[in-house]
Design a protein around this ligand. Structure first.
Ligand code: DGP
Length: 115
């Protein structure tokens, strides 16, 4: 069995506050929210990071971008006010969980540049 916490969340071995789920993707509230709405959107299958996405993942990647992100934003009522998607990748990117995840942050005005 994988030691990956996000694999465990995807398989329901670990608890999370799920806001969206389908066959290939699950979205749940971040444990340590950095905004009033802070959701993590992940593929259920284990992919270490954006660096490991390959041609066989094109459908999955487009599903996340075209279907899931807009739906979760609508469901949280942050589609009109706006939101930020962040994909921390690798050490310099600040990635701490090595299972590809899209942070969705909303419910407040974001600042730029990020730290
Ligand atoms: P990153 O630094 O981009 O790898 O973000 C990892 C995020 O995952 C971080 O915001 C905290 C969150 N996180 C870590 N462990 C858990 C967990 O067990 N449950 C939930 N809901 N979030 C977690």
């Amino acid at each position: 069995m994988s030691d990956c916490i996000f694999c465990k969340i995807a398989s329901k071995e670990a608890k999370s506050n799920v806001v969206y789920e389908d066959d290939t993707v699950i979205a749940f509230r971040d444990l340590d929210p950095k905004a009033p709405e802070h959701i993590l959107i992940i593929p259920k299958k284990h992919i270490d990071s954006l660096n490991e996405l390959d041609n066989s993942d094109k459908e999955l990647a487009s599903h996340i971008l075209v279907d899931v992100i807009p739906k979760v934003a609508r469901d949280l009522s942050i589609d009109k006010s706006g939101f930020r998607i962040v994909v921390n990748t690798g050490d310099d990117g600040g990635q701490t969980v090595n299972h590809l995840h899209f942070h969705m942050l909303g419910g407040r005005t974001m600042t730029w540049p990020p730290g």
